[in-house]
Design a protein around this ligand. Sequence first.
Ligand SMILES: Cc1cc2nc3c(=O)[nH]c(=O)nc-3n(C[C@H](O)[C@H](O)[C@H](O)COP(=O)(O)OP(=O)(O)OC[C@H]3O[C@@H](n4cnc5c(N)ncnc54)[C@H](O)[C@@H]3O)c2cc1C
Length: 365
Amino acid sequence: MAEKVPKRKPMVGLQPEGDVDWSSYRGVLVVVEQRSGQAKSVSWQLLGEARRLANRLDAPLMALVMGSRVSHLAQEAIHRGADRVFLCDSPELEHYRTRPYSRVCLHVIRTYKPEIVLMGATYTGRDLAGAIATHLPTGLTADSTMLDVDENRLLLASRPAFSEKMLATILCKQFKPQMATARAGVFEALPRDESRTGEIIPVPPQLKPEDIATEVLEFLETTGRVNLEDANVIVAGGRGLGGPAGFRLLRELADELGGVVGASRAAVDLGWIGHDHQVGQTGTTVRPKLYFAIGISGAVQHVVGMQNSSYIVAINKDPQAPIFKIANYGIVGDLFHIVPAITEAVRRRKAGAGEPRPTSAPQTV
Ligand SMILES: Cc1cc2nc3c(=O)[nH]c(=O)nc-3n(C[C@H](O)[C@H](O)[C@H](O)COP(=O)(O)OP(=O)(O)OC[C@H]3O[C@@H](n4cnc5c(N)ncnc54)[C@H](O)[C@@H]3O)c2cc1C
């Protein structure tokens, strides 16, 4: 007997409200994310990349700063590359909540009409970007790792797909603004330049009581959560550590260097350390000045998350380990000898003493 298949409704795409003149949309807007008056580093990284896009488009680079007591960030955004900063500073914006923040964003976008809107692919950025894109309505490319513009002023937002096997470039041809969130640690912030000048435009919050439907009673910081994104030094360990105790060695070295501990997914999946320490495709993308990869083989899913580190030091007993291909310094040997020796050397140097004698003779590659 033939099965009765219900008729599908035709898909209806997003429709712009009436005749819209897209040519009036101009410039690139970066939404600066902050918490307690401190900007997320991804915001400055995005401003650096957006500066390049704005130059290519011959259009202004704008930034939007929202929060309470955040005027210093508006000036900072100018030092970091913005030409014009919209500042919405109000006690109602002390803590992030989707509705009031998206109302302010929507007001700025509708009034100043940027052709491109970018924000960090953080928890907050993903939430906010989705809310705004739905209201405008326009498309949104999430979690981009490459951004460019073509000769038709279209944003080319690329992101890994199919377990990093492909890079998908996504365009939003029909609507403005073209929106994308971008991964932290991928783009480079511009050097801070205090001589840069720009315009700061105060934006009143104009919130209605129904826009503030939720009340934040208390904000509890999760203690012990590692901040990989902003770390200058990361000492990361993998399966080669052999168990959770191995991470104690890494923690000692990280403490001496003022850094934090990272991990491969193998170590996380084995339950040796929490997921917030994971670096890589399904963890955090990082960009520290110094990255130690200890007992980590260098699988592509790990490498995509740390390859932009300024200096990579790999310690592995297998000279053929792929991690050595991207390392600036490679040490072949047993991590259980090498890591304590490095920690001791750092301690002695900090104490002003001479170099210790090596406990083994590792081979450098
Ligand atoms: C969809 C998908 C997403 C993924 N996302 C991530 C991700 O975000 N991050 C991530 O890291 N991985 C990710 N992976 C997993 C990734 O493919 C690898 O399996 C993982 O990175 C391997 O971790 P590892 O290097 O610690 O372990 P292994 O590959 O087992 O490497 C261990 C290394 O330790 C060395 N070693 C062992 N003993 C010692 C010793 N005593 N001294 C020195 N060296 C020693 C070995 O020579 C070896 O090179 C993902 C995989 C998939 C399919």
